[in-house]
Design a protein around this ligand. Structure first.
Ligand code: 4AD
Ligand code: MG
Length: 467
């Protein structure tokens, strides 16, 4: 494999190099032609300077036809650059065009759609297979990659075991009924015959769907290996058309035995700060781009939240803050679900940074959360951040068998479906806690990107699953 541009740019100068990548721009100045080549290994590309007085006819013709988007191989000498904007450049001697990208329609084919101008995010979503070739999506991709690695570093350094939880499951992990169904039954034939589907005849002999979370299975492993985490895709069939919801998203879910809500809050805070610090040091150029072009002041914000203590507040106090403020589209009252507008107000105006809200009413939280002594609230925690609202949702789990069983029955869920989960409380139960971090919300937060569809390579949302 050839060296990447990232490595070539480290020098030293005055040696021959071969660059392969895609042309970003081409500029002519008198006898000189400047071709900027990118290979995605770093935010910067490399400038290849051709002196047209020193080139043969063939190369001149290739250069004349060269357009943005073409795949090329350039050979030349790496040298200090006299121009502003780069320390090193390639004094180009030879050019090969590996794959052209016409700027005009050719032979009935449309031209390369990414020309040298700013494109809207909406337009780029329509060409999700080409958008990784833009500055923005290159930067998002590198940040996403570095953070994926950092997730494993954080947990591995703390002796957590990485476990793989199933994607096809019969358990509704949040008890919220927003699962995509998985079936091999011939639904069209069933509909014609007017018969109800019989899931005992389905592929798995029961109703199954795509996992909304890996938590319940992670709890089974925490009840044996003490510290575990999952990092995988999760699926939600909610009809949410917002800038922070996807139908397929990635979630990181640690689960810890012998831990309570305080331990859980501390773990969530340490985890986020570790992730912020990692990209501040390792993705500087990409972050500078986001700071300049996407969200002014981003780097300063990340630096300060990576150091400051997160604010803590109970749900009850949060509602008091909200009742004092407003007006909101949705009027807050004790017992209401905290809406995104409320979450944002709390994080942006009250806490002015990340905020951990705890002890929510049991009615608005999932069945597995530990009941407080007041019998009204549960040991839940959400971490809210400015701009986005909820980024982490978690809780201490109900470890008491009969309390958990009655909650399942109260909510009209079938205890038989949760038999294995209840076993974890029947045998060797212990206090335990965990949370889920939405990976795309994290990427949105650290890049400033406005729409969650632009921080995952191929977004799935209601009505959208092309590519
Ligand atoms: O709050 P949620 O639903 O919690 C759970 O799934 C728990 N089982 C987690 C646990 O305790 N192990 O989801 C957790 C996080 C949210 O805080 C949010 O960041 C993200 O997942 N999330 C979504 N991200 C993108 N699109 C969606 N539709 C999301 N729904 C949740
Ligand atoms: Mg939540």
């Amino acid at each position: 494999m050839l060296p990447l541009i990232k490595g070539i740019l480290l020098g030293p100068p005055d040696h021959p190099v071969t660059v392969r990548g895609w042309v970003r721009t081409k500029r002519d100045m008198k006898n000189l032609v400047f071709v900027e080549v990118h290979d995605g290994s770093s935010f910067k590309g490399i400038q290849c300077t051709f002196d047209s007085t020193a080139l043969d006819e063939g190369t001149l013709a290739l250069l004349g036809d060269l357009n943005t988007g073409a795949a090329v191989e350039v050979q030349g000498l790496l040298q200090s650059s006299p121009g502003a904007g780069q320390a090193l450049e390639v004094a180009a001697q030879a050019l090969k065009v590996l794959g052209p990208a016409p700027a005009e329609p050719k032979d009935g084919e449309p031209p390369y759609p990414l020309q040298k101008k700013r494109h809207s995010m909406e337009f780029l979503r329509e060409i999700a297979h080409l958008r990784p070739r833009t500055n923005t999506f290159g930067a998002v991709t590198r940040v996403r990659n570095r953070l994926s690695y950092a997730v494993h570093q954080f947990f591995q350094d703390r002796s957590f075991q990485y476990i793989h939880t199933p994607i096809i499951t019969a358990s509704d992990g949040e008890g919220a009924g927003s699962m995509f169904q998985v079936t091999t039954l011939d639904l069209a034939a069933l509909a014609k015959s007017g018969k109800e589907p019989d899931y005992s005849q389905d592929f798995f002999g029961r109703w199954t769907g795509l996992a909304v979370s890996g938590q319940l299975e992670a709890e089974a492993y925490a009840a044996a290996l003490t510290r575990v985490y999952t990092f995988g895709p999760t699926f939600r069939a909610e009809n949410s058309h917002t800038t922070r919801h996807l139908s397929e998203f990635w979630m990181i879910e640690p689960e810890v035995a012998f831990a309570d809500l305080e331990d859980n809050m501390a773990l969530g805070e340490d985890f986020l700060k570790f992730l912020f610090k990692t990209i501040l040091t390792d993705c500087q150029e990409d972050l500078e781009f986001f700071d300049t072009h996407v969200e002014k002041g981003l780097i300063k914000t990340l630096e300060s939240v990576a150091e400051a203590r997160f604010t803590h507040m109970t749900y009850t106090d949060a509602i008091k803050e909200l009742e004092k403020a407003g007006p909101f589209e949705f009027k807050p009252y004790w017992g209401c679900d905290i809406q995104t507008e409320h979450e944002r107000y709390l994080a942006e105006t009250v806490a002015q940074g990340p905020l951990v809200v705890t002890d929510y009413p049991k009615e608005i939280k999932a069945f597995y959360m530990k009941l407080n002594d007041d019998k009204k609230t549960v040991r839940a925690m959400d971490i809210l951040v400015p701009r986005l609202g909820e980024i982490i949702g978690g809780s201490q789990r109900e470890e008491d068998y009969s309390k958990l069983q009655s909650r399942i029955i109260q909510l009209g869920m079938n205890p038989e479906d949760y038999r294995w989960y209840l076993d974890l409380r029947r045998y060797g139960t212990m206090p335990h806690a965990g949370f889920g971090l939405g990976f795309e919300r994290l990427i949105q937060y650290v890049t400033g990107m406005a729409n969650i569809r632009d921080v995952i390579p191929f977004p799935r949302s209601p009505g959208q699953a092309e590519f």
